[in-house]
Write a protein that binds this ligand. Structure first.
Ligand code: CTP
Length: 401
């Protein structure tokens, strides 16, 4: 199964105050399954001790060109061989100037010059340094040379000033690097995803909802984006942020979600229905808050449309993927659901274990049978799900030709 796991990067840390954020970056990259070899400049060692990076990455940290631990004493070449990228974060103005001019006077700059893999830089500097024409020239040169530049962002700076030059947060850099390295198994595909709970109003302030956090749907959106897809995420009420690059459409009720799906499904190649859609809505919800009385209150509930079943029964449906949370008889109920909704693929888990949690244990049901994915973080599971979708979707396309 194509996966981001086993990708390897050199993380170069140069001497900017933002070097402390690089420690978090190591953790974020590892969390995404990417192996990290840290190389520090002399100036960076003055800011953060190599032992910190060594402990976090689980590998010795290199600084010296002639470090005898590298094969043939060729650290400046060896360390980047077999790597998928060199990521420099933070990249100071001085280091950027060196790279733009092809200078190689320490281990990290030599590795960058001798590399065979892509170079990704996350600049960090004072706003005047960033605005300086020399830095502008250097950045333009590096872009022309094929480097990828992440950020910088605008905001409070270590020097007390406010402006452009702040390094992106570790999570943002890790997300961009992961997207960059992920196999592009869904390149060009248009993917529509529903996520989160729905909310069915009872009155002006109350409603019926469920415990879905939206994490699995958002992770699927991120994984599809990483795989090169164009992603529209139709989301019920959640507190999550959509990954940059995903088009997000916010909805509240199941009927709102249905309308949004109808609008966007026309152009979709793949539909992944992760949302925990309410099966019923309240007929005639009160416009005002219902007052408490001593008598019993009865709610009149009418069924909601089954969005996934509607999409899957269109004349030329997209490749449809359903989700099912079952409290018992997982295999029997999931396979029955897949057949009744006419789905090529359904991902099922046992509720309530998965709800709101950061990890999940999915079983995928398709025409070939059941495939159990080991328990893992929802981000990791989502990548495996997307790889499986890409495989089946690719086969379906090939069959059509
Ligand atoms: N679904 C949907 N619209 C609905 C209900 C469900 O699109 N009104 C989708 C969900 O997003 C999920 C799949 O259908 O992909 C299965 O949802 P689930 O709630 O497990 O199943 P139901 O069909 O509602 O059946 P039941 O609640 O009886 O288990």
């Amino acid at each position: 199964m194509a996966d981001i796991a086993r990708k390897k990067v050199v993380l170069g840390v140069t001497g900017g105050i933002a070097a402390y954020k690089a420690a978090d970056l190591v953790r974020e990259l590892l969390r995404n399954g990417i192996e990290v070899q840290v190389v520090m400049t002399e100036a960076a060692r003055g800011l953060v001790a190599p032992a910190t990076f060594q402990a976090l990455s689980g590998k010795p940290v290199f600084t010296d060109m002639w470090d005898a631990r590298a094969a043939d004493n060729m650290a400046h070449i060896e360390l980047s061989r077999g790597k998928d990228a060199i990521v420099v974060a933070p990249a100071t103005a001085g280091f950027i100037a060196k790279l733009a001019n092809g200078l190689a006077d320490d281990l990290l700059s030599s590795l960058c010059l001798a590399r065979e893999c892509p170079l990704i830089l996350a600049p960090a500097m004072n706003r005047q340094m960033w605005d300086n024409p020399a830095t502008r020239r250097n950045i333009d040169q590096l872009l022309r040379d094929g480097a990828a530049i992440l950020g910088p962002a605008s905001g409070d700076q270590a020097c007390g000033e406010v402006g452009m030059g702040r390094m992106l947060e570790a999570r943002e850099i890790a997300e961009a690097v992961t997207t960059f390295l992920a196999p592009k198994s869904l390149r060009g595909a248009r993917v529509l995803i529903t996520a989160g709970p729905t909310f069915e109003a009872i009155d002006a302030v109350r409603g019926i909802t469920n415990q879905s956090s939206g994490k699995m749907g958002y992770a699927a959106a991120r994984a599809a984006l990483e795989a090169g897809a164009r992603v529209i995420l139709i989301s019920g009420p959640t507190s999550l942020a959509a990954p940059a690059g995903v088009q997000r459409v916010d909805v509240v009720s199941a009927r709102d979600m249905f309308n949004a799906v109808k609008k966007h499904v026309v152009n979709a190649d793949i539909f992944i229905s992760v949302a925990a859609v309410a099966d019923y809505h309240v007929v005639n919800p009160s416009r005002q808050k219902i007052k408490k009385t001593a008598s019993r209150l009865k709610l009149d509930l009418a069924p909601n449309p089954d969005i996934l079943a509607w999409v899957a029964s269109r004349p030329r449906p997209p490749f449809c993927v359903g989700f099912a949370a079952e409290s018992e008889h997982l295999h029997r109920y999931a396979e029955a659901k897949r057949r009744s909704k006419k789905l090529p693929l359904l991902a099922a888990n046992l509720a309530p274990q998965a709800i709101g949690s950061d990890d999940n244990e999915l079983t995928l049901f398709d025409d070939q049978g059941a495939h159990k994915l080991p328990r893992a973080l929802k981000e990791v599971i989502a990548r495996q799900l997307v790889a499986h979708i890409a495989k089946l979707y690719g086969t379906k396309k090939t069959r059509k030709l």
